[in-house]
Structure formats: C-alpha cells, structure tokens
Design a protein around this ligand. Structure first.
Ligand code: SAM
Length: 262
C-alpha cells in the first residue's frame, strides 16, 4: 500500500538505518515490554522486534496506518488504535514499560507534560526514548542561567533524569522535516520533590516565565502576599531574573505557595 504522509499528524518517517539502530540500542529491550507511540508504517517497530522484546504495544491514531500495521505485523504487536493524549497508561499496562516515540512534533511537549503530571510513586514506565524537535529538546535539558531554561526544563527535571543520545538531521526522515531533531532518554528519579499538585508548579512557572526578562520582584508580588518575607526565607535576590533560579528553588516556592493557602 502506498503511504502518503499526513502533515496534520506530524508524519515524518524514519528511514536512516543507523539512527534506527542507535535508537533501539539506547536501552536493553530483550525480554522487556515495550510501548511505541506513533509507529507510523512500522519502521522503528521492525527494529524493536529484532531485539526480542517480550511484547510490543503500539498506539497509533491514523486509521490508514493502523491497517498498514495490521497487515505488516499481524499478531506480532498489539495495536491500540487511539490518541496517545487520551489513553490512561496507568490503567492499561500492568508491567513497567520501555517507551519509544518518534513523536509528532506538534504534540510532543503535551505528551511529555501529561506523563510527568500523572507520575506518582508507582510509575508505569522504566524509561522513555523520545524524539523531539532539537529546539524543544534544548529547552528540556537546559540548565538555569541559560536563555533556553524555562518551564519545560523545570517540569522535566522535577521527576526525570534526562540524557541526550544524539542529534538527528532532516535527511534521516521522509518526508524531511524543516528542522533538526534530538533523541532524549528519560528515566524516573527515585525521589522527587513532593507537591500537592503539579498544576501549581505549572501555574507558578507560567507566571514567572511570562515575564522572563523582568526582575523577580514583579511575579513575587503577584504570587505571595508577603513577598519580601518569602524571598528572605529562601535567600532569593528579587533583582534577579526567573532564569537565575534553580529548579529546586521553584519547587520550594510552589510548596510555600501551597502551604500559604492551606
Ligand atoms: N515511528 C514512525 C517512524 O519513525 O517512522 C512514525 C513517526 S511520525 C513522526 C509520528 C506518528 O505519530 C505518525 O504515525 C502519526 O500518525 C502518529 N500520531 C500523530 N498524532 C498522534 C496521536 N495523537 N496519538 C497517536 N499517534 C499519533
């Protein structure tokens, strides 16, 4: 069957065998349960299968591609014909999974945020090997005091260890995307800062980073009744900018915000 890529579903298929090998070599697959997000026509799936996993689940939204996958793999894989943003991973899977995804760029950060927000002590994955637009990957791995550091870096660093595996050129895909990509490996942190609600972290970092060039004074006054007292408690100079604070400091500030309301 001829496959024509749908732009609306972010379809850029991986065709570079070296990269496909590098992806499946980045973690140990043998005997493990795997989840692949957006398998497309199954290029990466074929490479995963060669590494002898115990089981592969794939989540694909595109009706046409689901037919292609059924035809190509028959009962070698378990196809979940759904939108990855709608499925409840915690309820579907009972084993810890290794997750692969050459993600559709338009929803890649939404997928990652969903998984982080829903992570509790009983995490449903062992590792995530995910492809992002390079510009987005740079924001995920950015450290404080860097212009790319922001909400996404803080949220990702909250519960995950992150490592860059490689950068990938547009030529490795068909059709070629307009931008470079990066492959990242995430593993859950054994311990992470406990907050009442991940939504509070999202809300507070949104307030801070919507004025990223402004001094901290302004967002502090907006968030805390007695901002001077809070800044002294955590030894924060309010003349600094949001990018100068470490992720840990943001977690402390969210906790302070939560207890001030409680
Ligand atoms: N993994 C394949 C590869 O590397 O050749 C295809 C990757 S392509 C960048 C993204 C895939 O995700 C497409 O197959 C697309 O149909 C699928 N997709 C897009 N949005 C989705 C969604 N919300 N839920 C599940 N799959 C989605």
């Amino acid at each position: 069957m001829k496959i024509s890529a749908k732009k609306s579903l972010g379809q850029n298929f991986l065709i570079d065998r070296d990269i496909l090998n590098q992806i499946v070599n980045s973690v140990n697959i043998e005997g493990k349960e795997i989840l692949e997000i957006g398998p497309g026509s199954g290029n990466l799936t074929t490479f995963i299968l060669k590494r002898n996993p115990k089981k592969i689940y794939v989540v694909e939204k595109d009706n046409d591609l689901v037919l292609v996958l059924k035809d190509k793999f028959d009962n070698e894989i378990q196809i979940i014909h759904d939108d990855v943003l709608k499925i409840k991973e915690n309820e579907i899977f009972d084993k810890k999974l290794i997750v692969f995804g050459n993600l559709p760029y338009n929803i890649s950060t939404e997928i990652l945020s969903k998984w982080i927000m829903n992570m509790d002590n009983n995490v449903w994955f062992e590792s995530l090997v995910l492809m992002f637009q390079k510009e987005v990957a740079d924001r995920i791995i950015a450290k404080s005091n860097n212009s790319k550091y922001g909400r996404l870096s803080i949220l990702s660093n909250w519960k995950l260890n992150i490592k860059k595996i490689t950068d990938i050129k547009p030529q490795s895909f068909s059709p070629k995307p307009k931008v470079d990509s990066s492959l990242l490996l995430f593993t859950p942190k054994k311990k992470f800062f406990k907050l009442e609600s991940a939504k509070n972290l999202e809300m507070l970092t949104r307030i801070f980073f919507s004025q990223r060039r402004k001094m901290l004074k302004k967002p502090f006054n907006q968030i805390f009744k007695d901002s001077q007292k809070v800044s002294e408690k955590f030894n924060i100079d309010l003349n600094l900018r949001p990018q100068n604070l470490e992720p840990e400091t943001y977690f402390e500030l969210v906790k302070e915000f939560e207890s001030s309301r409680g």
